[in-house]
Design a protein around this ligand. Structure first.
Ligand SMILES: [Zn+2]
Length: 142
């Protein structure tokens, strides 16, 4: 059986396609942990008496950014030993993307990463320089 293919992986560094077994979608676990600590510290500075977190949009103490998922050829970037790593050949279809998304949603650290932005850029399709790029732009009424 030939696996169903909906998605191409395009390297963030060289902007060319990543063939099976030649790269991964990955995130640096130490970066995630550092950013998670920054978020926890930031939230503790901005929690109100009722337990909600609020802040002034133009405050110099803006919320920390998120850790970045990367899409790279193994030959373009040396992936750190402590990385969460999904080989590109395991992320070739929409069901596979949904599977990994559900799996990652069980991780407490997912909100401190840009996975949502990665998914949205794939769904929006055209004009992406790199990342996970649909072969056919999805047209859905959702
Ligand atoms: Zn590359």
């Amino acid at each position: 059986m030939i696996a169903h293919v909906d998605l191409r992986a395009v390297c963030d560094i060289c902007a060319t396609e990543i063939r099976d077994n030649k790269g991964a979608v990955w995130i640096d676990v130490q970066e995630v942990q550092a950013i998670e600590r920054e978020h926890v510290a930031w939230e503790s500075r901005h929690v109100d008496d009722d337990g909600t977190v609020s802040f002034e949009i133009f405050s110099p103490d803006s919320p920390p950014g998120n850790a970045l998922w990367r899409v790279n050829h193994d030959s373009c970037f040396e992936i750190p030993e402590l990385a969460y790593h999904i080989p590109v050949e395991r992320l070739r279809s929409w069901p596979a993307y949904l599977h990994w998304t559900a799996h990652l949603m069980e991780k407490t650290w997912l909100p401190y990463t840009n996975w949502t932005a990665l998914v949205m850029s794939t769904l929006e399709g055209s004009g992406q320089r790199s990342g996970l790029v649909p072969l056919e732009k999805p047209s859905g009424d959702w």
